[in-house]
Write a protein that binds this ligand. Structure first.
Ligand code: GRF
Length: 208
């Protein structure tokens, strides 16, 4: 079964590029329906257009978060979307936004990638925080988004080592290579219906 994906990004869009490339090669059975950014200067817009995907920027300056989200929701409502894929979207989504994508089990059809082994090192500086802490092993998490930040049912995690002579740059580069492999793989598992959310996690979620 193919799935329709909408993307939200704020920056360079390297994960977006990796996913769009996987769709192009046929490794990921999905259709990219739209790419949305909150910054007209986001490189992700160029990435989308390179792959022939419709791309729109929604400027967030001088409007409230609610107004901004409403504009994005109105755009997304124009499309048939199975999952919203966050690819470096650097703004927290409100419960109202997320609830527009609630599935029949109560999960939100919104996926995120985070560059640490959650629940360790949530937040915007995960690579820097993990590196500064001195971890010997770090990793990447792909998860469903819930109403808490960098939280929600984990779909997949992959670890990578920190080498003794790593700098923050080499550490990040090793992690980013894992991101670019893992994110398309997880989306393909969703497309193939191969990911189940464990009942334990489901129970935990209802208790939040
Ligand atoms: C990635 O490190 C991702 O894990 C995090 O934001 C960064 C986005 O990078 N959520 P890019 O825009 O995909 O290159």
């Amino acid at each position: 079964m193919s799935i329709n994906l909408a993307f939200m990004a704020s920056g360079r869009g390297s994960n977006l590029a990796a996913i769009l490339e996987s769709i192009k090669t046929g490794d990921l059975d999905a259709k990219a329906v739209i790419v949305i950014t909150n910054d007209v200067k986001a490189k992700a817009l160029e990435v989308a257009r390179t792959y022939g995907v419709e791309a729109k920027a929604f400027n967030q300056d001088s409007i409230s978060r609610d107004e901004h989200e409403k504009l994005i929701l109105d755009e997304l409502a124009q499309h048939k979307i199975d999952f919203v894929v966050l690819a470096g979207y650097m703004r927290i989504l409100s419960p109202t936004f997320l609830r527009a994508f609630k599935d029949e089990r109560g999960f939100y059809r919104v996926v995120n990638i985070h560059p640490s082994l959650l629940p360790s090192f949530a937040g915007k500086q995960a690579y820097e925080d993990a590196f500064a802490y001195g971890v010997k092993l770090s990793g990447i998490t792909v998860h469903l988004v819930d109403e808490l930040v960098d939280h929600g049912p984990i779909l997949a995690q992959e670890a990578f080592v920190r080498l003794d002579d790593d700098t923050i740059e080499t550490f990040k580069a090793r992690g980013l290579a894992v991101e670019h492999k893992l994110y398309p793989q997880v989306l393909q598992m969703l497309s193939a219906g191969k990911i189940q959310i464990s009942s334990n996690r489901q129970k935990e979620l209802t208790e939040i």
